[in-house]
Write a protein that binds this ligand. Structure first.
Ligand code: PLP
Length: 382
């Protein structure tokens, strides 16, 4: 049996999702067709849009644009906003996922905008710098919770600061790791767009969404048919959308975001109890708010990649950085931006638990990691 302590890479399809989807798909046509099979599919994807609005705190008039995942949703927001923004500058941070950073760099490199980078203070953004940097900015793209460290940014105050400095700025939030784990308040915070991804929530990969305020100017990335308000052409991925609807229903039935967060926190605590006095130390201070399921741990004297392989042999999935960069020779840019040395970054693992297994399993996973650490560092397991 595998223990998924790498939920931030992918949550794994929830059993309730797998069971429900196959039956539901029969009789669903192309949502653009006017016959009954098409209309049934249309009804399901509209129901899923409502569920997405609910989980991010959006209102009934806000748009939910289906995409293939969060990378595409981030591209749509950043490129689509950059093309229409009156002011040609983009504000972002070194902590962002490559789906944001590389997209911003591409827009800037193509002469579409100038770049404004928020300085970091350890694992957090320098909030004092934001007011000055946001002055007159056109587009903002920032994450709510970091995929490698779990650190949560104080979005309400960041948004308020940006709105004071540049009232017309288009603000995009990459909420991929936050949705379903901590509250997201799209309307209350007054942001313009939020990205999310199905496979981080227990649904299939192949679906994501950009939630966007209605009436905003944005240029589409993918042109063709008139699906998704003309903002994302192509037949919608109905099976993946159905899986996302099922995953969001399972979240609701399990006590919503608060229920999942509590189970995740209990599982993370059980993992840490199992880990005991292994020498692994959190890289983020306990005072810094983090996602309930994530912990970044440095293991002095042990290469993170070796630990990932050793843990895998014993059925525990962890990672040595973000899934998209682990396996590369470069140390994590996120950890370097947080002030870790290259050496320390190479000794840092990410543990990100799910809530769909019990705490005992995560306790055992912690013990397995402790034994792997002892072996790799040439010590005897305690
Ligand atoms: N943004 C963040 C913060 C992520 O963690 C990820 C995936 O790890 C993405 C964007 C990209 O999501 P997707 O895999 O749906 O393209």
């Amino acid at each position: 049996m595998l223990t998924n302590c790498d939920a931030n890479a992918t949550f794994g399809v929830l059993p309730a999702v797998l069971e429900g989807v196959c039956e539901e798909l029969s009789g669903l046509g192309n949502p653009s067709s006017i016959h009954r099979a098409g209309q049934r599919a249309r009804a399901v994807i509209e129901e899923a849009r409502d569920a997405v609005r609910a989980v991010v705190g959006a209102g009934p008039r806000d748009l939910v644009i289906w995409t293939s995942g969060a990378t595409e949703a981030n591209n749509l927001a950043i490129r689509g906003f950059a093309r229409v923004a009156l002011r040609r500058s983009i504000l972002t941070s070194p902590f962002e996922h490559p789906a944001v950073l590389e997209t911003v760099r591409a827009v800037v490199g193509g002469g579409g905008a100038t770049l404004r980078m928020i300085p970091t203070q350890g694992h957090e953004l320098s909030l004092d710098a934001i007011s000055e940097l946001a002055d007159g900015v056109g587009v903002v793209s920032l994450m709510l919770a970091n995929n490698e460290t779990g650190v949560i940014s104080p979005m309400p105050s960041i948004v308020a600061t940006i709105r004071r400095a540049s009232p017309g700025a288009l603000i995009h939030v990459d909420a991929v790791q936050a949705v379903g784990r901590i509250p997201v308040s799209f309307s209350e915070w007054g942001v313009d767009a939020v990205s999310l991804s199905g496979h981080k929530l227990g649904a299939f990969s192949g679906v994501g969404a950009l939630v966007m305020r209605a009436g905003l100017m944005i240029e589409p990335e993918i042109t063709g048919g008139s699906q998704e308000e003309g903002l994302r052409a192509g037949t919608q991925p109905v099976p993946a959308i159905v899986s996302l609807l099922r995953a969001l229903s399972a979240l609701k039935e399990g006590g919503g975001v608060a229920g999942r967060a509590a189970r995740m926190a209990a599982n993370r605590a059980a993992f840490l109890r199992g880990l005991g006095e292994s020498g692994a130390a959190p890289t983020v201070s306990p005072e810094t708010p983090t996602l309930p399921n994530t912990i970044s741990l440095r293991v002095p004297g042990v290469a993170a990649d070796d630990l990932v392989v050793a843990a895998d042999i014993h059925g525990v999935l962890i990672s040595s950085g973000a899934a998209c960069s682990s396996g590369t020779q470069r140390p994590s840019p996120v950890l370097l931006a947080a002030g870790l040395s290259e050496h320390a970054a190479r000794e840092t693992i990410r543990v990100s638990v799910t809530d769909d297994a019990d705490s005992d399993q995560f306790y055992r996973a912690g013990k397995i990691i402790a034994a792997c650490i002892a072996r790799l560092s040439g010590k005897r397991a305690k």
